[in-house]
Design a protein around this ligand. Structure first.
Ligand SMILES: Nc1ncnc2c1ncn2[C@@H]1O[C@H](COP(=O)(O)OP(=O)(O)OP(=O)(O)O)[C@@H](O)[C@H]1O
Ligand SMILES: [Mg+2]
Length: 431
């Protein structure tokens, strides 16, 4: 899951940037801007999960931004140097999470955010003490200081995105970490997002828009699910990697961009090449260095450490003091862990929800139907595929549908049918 986006609007550039840096450290994806105009343009281009907005600005009033219909579902934090103005503004703007009077402590800001994003937005760090995990972290740290493009591959939920962030964080590159999911959008939208466009270059291009590649100048461009990128986008990415320049749609001259490229794929890149999905020349460009994230079943020693960290987070968040029973991991160490750490998180959550002071991990949700109904029917296989996709997408149905190549409506219909067939099935927790 990509980090929650945070728009920061404050006319004091240093303050906006420092707040952005703090937000980045706690795992958000910050967009600091200093004028109302810039903020309006940003808001027209992309969705924000949260906005931190100053009221008094040189080119207008922050309330104008907060009233934008595009920010209707955005959680808002209002700030001002004037306490009563901030309080008044906070009351009058729907969706306000809280108000901050400047100067404020970052801890106050973090507390407000923790209410919006209950499971900490922080992507955390790669945990695990197994030799396999240590070797990977050593590799990531070593390659971070170079400028080599890196290709990370590994099964879903093995921490590829965390690995990419680690490379950026240790790289001393001052720019931003920009993550792009190459599988989520149509070829046209993805190309326009990546490379940007000039006003009037196509119907609907009312604004000049800088692409994500250009925005990652000085930072890191993370191309997630690269093997799923449509062929036209792969060709354009290859041109960028070879020339170091991007050409926005409708633009006359290209722009130089110094971005470190890190890509990820959850399929074996060589197989994707053989199957004609991934261009071999793009692969060789991107895989200046290749890192394989080991699946959890190859490092069962990490299960307990990671599960404990997940439980600690839950206890902290909900004020509980639940613990794992002695031997809680004995029966699951040899499991297949198809969803890797994501599946582990789901199983710890399910155990925690079950309550009691001594938690035991159950078997994997998606393997239970097999025990009771054998041989599997086509329906079972379909059901498992849907659940796998849901686990891999952190429960996001639209993303799961995209992974499966079916419409969101279909996934909703199928889930509704499973619910109707077996209302007591614990699998519904995953839905
Ligand atoms: N070694 C680890 N330590 C702690 N948390 C981890 C670790 N590996 C993965 N996670 C957590 O598991 C979840 C999945 O990780 P991430 O999104 O990085 O996986 P991914 O490899 O990118 O998966 P996908 O291919 O499905 O996108 C995240 O919540 C992440 O924080
Ligand atoms: Mg990922």
């Amino acid at each position: 899951m990509s980090a929650a986006t945070l728009l920061i609007l404050d006319d004091d550039r240093r303050f906006a940037e420092a707040t952005g840096e703090f937000a980045r450290q706690i795992g958000l994806d910050p967009y600091p801007v200093t004028t109302l105009g810039e903020a309006m343009r940003m808001a027209s281009r992309q969705r924000f999960d949260c906005a931190l907005v100053d009221i008094g600005l040189p080119d207008g009033c922050g309330l104008e931004l907060l009233a934008e219909p595009r920010l209707a579902s955005t959680r808002k934090i209002v700030m001002s140097g004037d306490a009563s103005l901030a309080t008044w503004a906070g009351r009058s703007v729907p969706g306000t999470l809280g108000v901050l009077t400047k100067p404020f402590r970052f801890s106050a800001f973090r507390e407000l955010l923790a209410r919006t994003f209950p499971s900490p937005a922080s992507p955390g760090s790669l945990l695990g003490r197994s030799p396999a995990m240590r070797a990977v972290v050593d590799e990531l740290e070593a390659v971070a200081s170079s400028r080599f493009p890196v290709l990370i591959h590994g099964e879903s939920g093995t921490g590829k995105e965390l690995a990419a962030r680690l490379i950026h964080d240790r790289s001393a590159r001052g720019g931003r970490f920009i993550a792009v999911n190459c599988a989520a959008l149509s070829a046209e939208l993805l190309a326009s997002q990546l490379f940007g466009h000039r006003r009037g270059s196509f119907t609907g291009a009312v604004e000049h828009e800088e692409g994500l590649v250009a925005q990652s100048d000085g930072g890191t461009l993370f191309l997630d699910e690269l093997a799923e990128a449509p062929p036209t986008v792969q060709a354009a990415l290859l041109r960028f990697l070879e020339s170091g320049e991007v050409l926005a749609l409708g633009a006359r001259s290209p722009k130089r961009v110094d971005a470190r490229v890190v890509a990820a794929t959850n399929v074996d890149p060589r197989r994707a090449i053989d199957e004609g999905r991934l261009r071999a020349d793009l692969y060789f460009r991107v895989a200046g260095y290749e890192v394989r994230m080991p699946p959890l079943r190859e490092r069962p020693d990490d299960i307990e450490v990671i599960a404990q960290a997940i439980l600690d987070d839950l206890n902290r968040e909900y004020g509980t003091a639940r613990r794992f029973a002695p031997g809680a991991f004995d029966t699951v160490r040899g499991d297949r862990w198809r969803g890797n750490v994501r599946e582990l998180r789901q199983r710890v959550q399910r155990a925690w929800l079950g309550g009691g002071e001594a938690l035991v991990l159950d078997g994997p949700a998606q393997e239970r139907p097999r025990e009771t109904r054998d041989p599997r029917t086509l329906d079972d296989i379909e059901r498992e595929a849907i659940l796998d996709a849901l686990i891999a997408s952190d429960g996001d149905r639209a993303m799961a549908a995209a992974r499966l190549g079916i419409s969101t409506r279909t996934i909703y219909n199928k889930l509704a049918r499973y619910r109707a067939d077996a209302p007591d099935d614990p699998l519904h927790a995953a839905q």
